[in-house]
Design a protein around this ligand. Structure first.
Ligand code: KG4
Ligand code: ZN
Length: 336
C-alpha cells in the first residue's frame, strides 16, 4: 500500500510517500523559516498562504521522484491537528479533495502521534510497550505507549512546552527564530559558570514546568554584563537545566512503568546535548533509547505518512469530511 503523507500544521510543508512493505519512498520538506524570521515567529496567515503555494507542487515532485503516478497511491494521510487552524485546513482540504478525485481513502493523523511514531522509520524500530517523551514547540508530553493509539498520559508541561522555552529564551538572548537550534549553537561556546534550577524535580510526579526557568534565565541575563560570553554561558546553563530535567523525569517514568524502552521525539529531540544526556541516563538504567534521525525530529511528511499508513492498514479512515482540530488531546485517539 502506497500512502501519501501531508504535513501542514505549522511552518513546514512536508510531503512523503511511504509503502507499507518497502518503507519510505520519498520525502520532501519546504521550510517557511526564512519568511517568518523577519517577524521573529510564525505568522499564521502567512503560513497558510505559503502552504497553499507549496503543497501541490511538492506532491507532484514527490510522485515524480518516486516514479509513481496518482493511480499508484492507495491512501492519503494528513495532519488534522493539533496546529494552526488555517495551516491545517490547507492540508486537510487538499488531502480530502485528492482522495475524492482519486477515489481512495484519507485518514486524519494526530501530529503528536506522527512525532511519536517517527522512530519507527529507523532500524531497529522500538517494540511496544515503551515510554515516549515528546518534546516539540507546542507540547511536552510523557506517554506510556502500549500500541498505536493506546496512549496513557504520564505527565505534561503545565505551562511552556520545551521548544517554546528554547524559543523564548533564545529571543531574550537576542537570537533569531527558531530559537532552539540557535541557542544550542551558542551554548557550544558556553562555560559551566551558572547552575540553573531543575524545575519540579524536587517533588514527585511527571509533569513539567518551564516558565520559571525562563524567568530565572531573564534575571541572570539582566544581572550580567550581557557580553557574548555571558550569553553563551547562560545558553549553556539553560540547555543543561532542560536536559537534566527531561532526563530526571524520563528516568522516573521508566521506573514508575517498569518499562525498559524510551522513545524521544519532536523538534527538541534534535538537540545534541539533550540526546547525549538522555542516552547516558538510559544506559545507566539499562534501558534502550530510540530517536528519529535528526531531520525527522522536526516536522515532516514522512512521520504522517507512516502513522496514516498504520491506521489505513487497520481499516481506519474518515467519512467525506474536512477534519481539522487545532486542539486535540492525544489521549482521545482510538487504538488500532
Ligand atoms: O516538532 P517541531 O518541529 O514542531 C512542533 O510540533 O512544534 O518542533 C519545533 C521546536 C521549536 O521550538 C524549535 O526551536 C525546537 O523544536 N528545536 C530545537 C532544536 N531543533 C528544533 N530545540 C533545541 N535544540 C534544537 N537543536
Ligand atoms: Zn511537530
Amino acid at each position: 500500500m502506497y500512502v501519501l503523507g501531508i504535513e501542514t500544521s505549522c511552518d513546514e510543508t512536508g510531503v512523503a510517500i511511504y509503502h507499507s512493505k518497502r518503507g519510505l519512498c520519498n520525502h520532501l520538506l519546504y521550510s517557511q523559516i526564512e519568511m517568518h524570521s523577519e517577524y521573529g515567529g510564525v505568522v499564521p496567515e502567512l503560513a497558510s498562504r505559503d502552504h497553499i503555494r507549496k503543497l501541490v507542487p511538492l506532491i507532484k515532485q514527490s510522485l515524480q521522484e518516486s516514479q509513481l503516478s496518482s493511480a499508484d497511491i492507495n491512501g492519503i494521510a494528513y495532519t488534522a491537528g493539533p496546529g494552526l487552524m488555517g495551516a491545517l485546513l490547507v492540508g486537510a482540504a487538499t488531502a480530502r479533495s485528492l482522495a475524492w478525485s482519486w477515489q481512495i481513502p484519507a485518514v486524519a493523523v494526530h501530529h503528536m502521534e506522527g512525532h511519536l511514531l517517527a522512530p519507527m522509520l529507523e532500524a531497529p524500530p522500538p517494540a511496544f510497550p515503551f515510554v515516549a517523551l515528546l518534546i516539540s514547540g507546542g507540547h511536552t508530553l510523557l506517554v506510556q505507549v502500549d500500541g498505536i493509539g493506546h496512549y496513557r498520559l504520564l505527565g505534561e508541561s503545565l505551562d511552556d512546552a520545551a521548544g517554546e522555552a528554547f524559543d523564548k529564551t533564545a529571543k531574550m538572548l537576542g537570537l533569531g527564530y527558531p530559537g532552539g537550534p540557535k541557542l544550542s549553537k551558542l551554548a557550544e561556546n558556553g562555560r559551566p559558570v551558572f547552575q540553573f534550577p531543575r524545575p519540579m524535580t524536587d517533588r514527585p510526579g511527571l509533569d513539567f514546568s518551564f516558565s520559571g526557568l525562563k524567568t530565572y534565565t531573564m534575571n541572570t541575563l539582566n544581572g550580567s554584563q550581557k557580553t557574548e560570553q555571558d550569553k553563551a554561558d547562560i545558553a549553556m546553563a539553560f540547555q543543561n537545566a532542560v536536559a537534566d530535567t527531561l532526563s530526571i523525569k524520563c528516568r522516573r517514568a521508566l521506573k514508575q512503568t517498569g518499562l525498559k524502552r524510551l522513545v524521544v521525539a519532536g523538534g527538541v529531540s534534535a538537540n545534541k546535548h539533550i540526546r547525549a544526556c538522555l542516552t547516558e541516563m538510559a544506559g545507566r538504567e539499562n534501558a534502550a533509547i530510540y530517536f528519529p534521525r535528526p531531520e525527522f525530529c522536526t516536522d515532516n511528511g514522512a512521520m504522517i505518512a507512516y502513522a496514516g499508513c498504520q491506521r489505513l492498514l487497520a481499516g481506519q479512515q474518515q467519512e467525506l469530511e474536512i477534519f481539522a482540530r487545532p486542539r486535540w488531546p492525544i489521549s482521545e485517539l482510538s487504538g488500532l
